[in-house]
Design a protein around this ligand. Structure first.
Ligand SMILES: [Zn+2]
Length: 107
């Protein structure tokens, strides 16, 4: 891809018009946590230029959630929100129920 000046996501790549907000957004959740056990949620958006009708999509923001903080990465930079502190050794617990049918306990 040609390297255009890396404009803001909300600026039309064709005519340079600034769009207020995306017409549609959705989230992509990374299936695996990062090294710090956080899940990355990418917010994607579709923008539509009201001048030339161009449509494009891009990353609106990224959210990293897990542990004791939530990090939101957006146009204005990264914002870190501390969530309620937990006791140190209490991790991020994901319970998986892998039991299948009738597996009775053995002795
Ligand atoms: Zn445009």
């Amino acid at each position: 891809m040609p390297k255009k000046s890396k404009g803001a996501i909300d600026v039309c790549p064709t005519c340079g018009n600034k769009v207020d907000k995306p017409t549609k957004t959705w989230q992509l959740v990374a299936p695996l946590p990062d090294a710090q056990g956080r899940i990355t949620i990418t917010v994607m958006g579709v923008y539509e230029c009201d001048k030339c009708g161009n449509r494009w999509k891009g990353v609106v923001s990224k959210i990293k959630a897990g542990g004791t903080s939530v990090e939101v990465e957006g146009k204005k930079g990264t914002k870190k929100i501390e969530t309620a502190p937990r006791s140190k050794d209490e991790g991020y617990v994901i319970e998986l129920n892998l039991e299948e049918g009738e597996e009775d306990e053995e002795e």
